[in-house]
Design a protein around this ligand. Structure first.
Ligand code: ADP
Ligand code: MG
Length: 386
């Protein structure tokens, strides 16, 4: 991009979920106007945007309306068809590019890209045909069969231990292209978020330690309590290499597994990446001087990137729809007033109209003077929410 976009211009986003909503908030804080394309009339981002184009992601008239409204476009939803981004890119700057998003949308392409970037991932095989299935190396079992496309929050994944289970699982998944990954013994999981400008400059957030429950992110802790500085530095270097290798422009999150290196130390294995801000980076809004959404705005607008700084230790708790049903079958709003009475609690609710188990309804960040003080409040929050 030659000229930066200035406040007053309109920033467009494909997708109207909570990530889009927080992007809109950051863009509007800087004085930008916003345009959201999302088919849902009640989408969390559409509700707070200046413009809401309410069509499907591939709808030609909708894409044209977004072009007419917006001076540049980003995405918040990784399953936005890359073709839609490519169409938009004929008329407007689009960051990240459709080609980058396409890599992140396909686990096989993603793993190949990790390899091309010199970053190790779990041993795997791509299963697209019966012949691929028959040729699978028994060393990959026990493993996890994952659909190559459209998986999220543990969906589209089956744990398999024997060739018979593998064959049955692939047939249950309708024989779509899958990746079989060796199941690793995880010491812990972490993620790192980088932002890369069109000029190649890269800045990064601190490494996040993540706890997943039932395949969904539950807790993010920063600074990562169990990650050595050397391993954290390696995660940043690797995420930066992955971004640079695809000429990425925008905010990129790379998830890593930490495994035993066989000598009592820790080794990093890349898991997957997201071409957008990430749930594990929500703490940046309250605990850093720049958030992941601020950097999404800056990268797409061609504005300066500066290295963000963590100004408070923090814990982020995801608020899933299950919390609305802890008292019984009736949907009941959790006791927010009790949570808000605790020090350093930042409650973010996404404005979703109905709660469902497993649905991301909001998140809560705790900040405080020390990691211990933050953990104490996080425990009190958990006790209140049940
Ligand atoms: P999703 O797109 O649903 O986030 P992931 O590939 O990140 O899918 O898998 C979800 C979770 O399942 C991971 O965060 C991790 O806890 C576990 N998992 C995934 N792959 C492996 C593996 N190869 N070995 C061990 N655990 C895994
Ligand atoms: Mg994941």
């Amino acid at each position: 991009m030659s000229q930066p976009l200035r406040p007053g211009a309109t920033l467009g986003v494909m997708g109207g979920g909570q990530l889009g909503r927080m992007f809109v908030h950051a863009a509007q804080t800087l004085g930008f106007r916003t345009a959201v394309l999302d088919p849902d009339a009640a989408s969390p981002a559409g509700c707070v945007s200046h413009v809401h184009v309410q069509t499907d992601y591939l709808d030609a008239a909708g894409l044209q309306a977004l072009v007419n409204a917006a001076d540049a476009v980003t995405t918040e939803f990784e399953n936005v068809p890359a073709a839609a981004l490519n169409t938009l890119a004929q008329s407007r700057p689009v960051a990240p590019a459709g080609a980058s998003v396409a890599i992140c949308q396909d686990r096989a392409a993603e793993k190949a890209h990790f390899g091309a970037s010199g970053v190790p991932c779990a041993p795997y095989a791509v299963i697209a045909t019966e012949a691929d299935l028959a040729a699978v190396d028994a060393n990959l079992l026990p493993g996890i069969l994952k659909t190559a496309r459209m998986g999220y929050d543990g969906k589209g994944q089956v744990r398999v231990s024997t060739p018979t289970e593998l064959a049955a699982a692939w047939h249950d998944l309708k024989q779509v292209t899958c990746v079989l990954e060796k199941r690793l013994g995880l010491l812990l999981e972490l993620s790192v978020i980088v932002a890369r400008g069109a000029d190649g400059q890269i800045v990064h957030f601190p490494v996040q330690q993540n706890l997943h429950l039932g395949g969904i992110l539950a807790v993010t802790t920063v600074p990562a309590p169990d990650v050595s500085p050397a391993l954290a530095a390696q995660a940043v270097t690797r995420a930066s290499a992955i971004a640079a290798e695809m000429g990425y422009v925008g905010v990129l999150c790379v998830e890593f597994f930490v495994v035993d290196d066989g000598q009592g130390g820790q080794a990093l294995v890349a898991n997957e990446m997201a071409p957008r801000p990430h749930n594990s980076g929500h703490y940046t809004i309250d605990a850093c001087d720049l958030s992941q959404f601020d950097l999404q705005v800056r990268t797409m607008a061609g504005l300066p990137l500066v290295q963000p700084r963590l100004h408070s230790p923090t814990v982020m708790l995801n608020l899933l729809g299950d919390l609305w049903f802890t008292a019984g079958a009736e949907e009941t709003e959790p006791a927010w007033e009790r949570v808000l009475a605790l020090p350093g609690v930042h409650l973010h609710l996404y404005g979703k109209t109905s709660a469902r188990p497993g649905r991301k309804m909001g998140h809560l960040t705790v900040t405080g003077a020390t990691p211990e003080a933050v953990q104490l409040v996080a425990t009190q929050v958990r006790d209140i929410l049940g």
